[in-house]
Design a protein around this ligand. Sequence first.
Ligand SMILES: [Zn+2]
Length: 270
Amino acid sequence: MLIDTHSHLNFNAYKNDSEEIIKNCLDDDVWMINVGSQYSTSCRAVRIAEKYLQGVYAAVGLHPDHLETKKEIEYKTKEEKFDYKKYRELALSEKVKAIGEIGLDYWCQPKNKIKQELFKEKQKNVLLKQLNLAQKLNLPVIFHCRKAHGDLLEILKSKFQNSNVKPKGVVHCFTGNWEVAQRYLEMGLYLGFNGIIFKLNLDKVIKKIPLERISIETDCPYLSPPAYQKQRNDPLSLKYIIQKIAEIKNLSYKKIAETTTENAKKLFNI
Ligand SMILES: [Zn+2]
């Protein structure tokens, strides 16, 4: 059995055929966690998961991209304010295995210095509120972090330095270097890899990360592995990620598959 720890079958891309895809995945022994990025997609992730006895789970959270209204043609989004109570209520479902995806995204920031500061402050603020929710419910966190590792590490350090609990979770779609990876690993976090490993050369860092701390994911509908030859990715492409990690680490497919499944079960309490 394999577990896709980060899929988005709750997104509009699968509006008409998510059930069919999930059936194919379960028939093939591929389980999944559908991850929310705002309230609507978080609700849908929970609703989908609740239809299945096992194999389909959810994560709920507000992604930093949805804190601003964006009008770019390819990516429209309306500003959402984080509502602790509403997310808490969703997260109480037994099928919710994590808070996520939440974090920091400085990829597309305002040019004006003051606006830039406000933009970052808002993201940090909402992240902290969601970290509190995760802690309260004793759930792991799925972190999204783009161009912001310094600030994320800083937040985690200050939040957890005087506490005897360690942060629990995964930095999904990790593309940082070994120095950054080490800092997350020291904190006890996992690092998540998906089809981006075919685009960027992350071989060196993947080689060094202990297999026991690697989480595998597809981030579908995005990041389809080239050999999968599908524009719209899905959890069945997990095999290509495992194959690639097996080559990089010079270990068998079986070893990578078994260990990463164990990792997912342990981290997400599945
Ligand atoms: Zn995602």
